[in-house]
Design a binder for this molecule. Sequence first.
Ligand code: SF4
Ligand code: SF4
Ligand code: FES
Length: 356
Amino acid sequence: MTRKMEIDGVEVAFSEGETVLEVAQRHEKEIPTLCYDPRLEPFGGCRLCIVELEGARNPVASCTTKATPGMVIRTTTDTIEAYRETLLEMVVGENREVDVSPLRGYAAGELADLRDKYDVSSTGITGAKSGTNKTDDNPFILRDYELCISCYRCVRVCAEQEGDHAINVMNRGFHTQITTEFDGLLKDSACTFCGQCIQTCPTGALADKKALRAVDAVGDAIPDKTRTICPYCGVGCSIDVLTKDERIIGIHPAMDGPANQGALCVKGQFAYDFVHHPDRLKTPLIRGEDGELHEASWEDALDKAAEGFRKVNAKHGRHSIYGVASGRAPSEAAYLMQKFIRVGFGTNYIDNCSRA
Ligand code: SF4
Ligand code: SF4
Ligand code: FES
């Protein structure tokens, strides 16, 4: 059965379980959001996504309201826009800084973008402020809670996506604070430093410390982004590598990455220093008669490796050789690797590190 509702005077179809926001976004309606992250269960905290629902006394949050047949929704009216403006004015007025560096995190500019769209001033509503910064000597995550708007995206992504529950909410009202168990340091908590809380934070309250170190060198300019695949394990997470003058200054997870949908582990998120490390090997090395490693050509190095394989095979037999292919190798290379082991040495001792 086709389910139908009306949005801004147009009849649209929807599927069971969809929210009003999801249906509206599918029909290219622009509804502002702050506490919403499409990967997470709807929360309904910021109320910015309110819409008019015919027959309802008050506007409803479109992110938490399920679409039902016959619903009549208006996404943009003068009253709704005035509510949104006031809500934003309160949020912006409470924040020490709204124009944050884009290097803080993937979503760090969301609040500033909405402030600009609604032309809201930071001096409109002033008063008490919430959130206390946490000095935290971990190398990865800045916890600048004076910029926090209590959207709880960080808490929810940590629980729902990472399954970690390393952070939670303490107190209420102006004393609301995102914290760890016993209000301790992140490094002493269950945090795996996956960085997902940084990347979902819409204000930059949580920020990528490593990327921010690059601000001095590159300024606040938006860096170049290159879509690629994380070089570590076999999952194949999509990432956007941030570069300036051909140097990597940070990593953003690809929210549309088919394997990861915005999730990364600590290695994919932060462990990119090896790329520019001065000790990184750039040519093969062969140990000489003197016991030292010497630079060599690829041809000589491959000959040497082949000679080693032949010697081991001749002395200890075919089961002394075991091949482990990289989980990051393309199918063709994986195929050749198993041929090399099976046909070259006559053993089935071949595996793949994706199992790890
Ligand atoms: S730290 Fe960021 S993501 Fe977490 S509640 Fe505050 S504003 Fe939201
Ligand atoms: S880095 Fe990952 S595990 Fe740590 S608090 Fe953030 S989301 Fe949770
Ligand atoms: S986005 Fe719907 S209430 Fe925040």
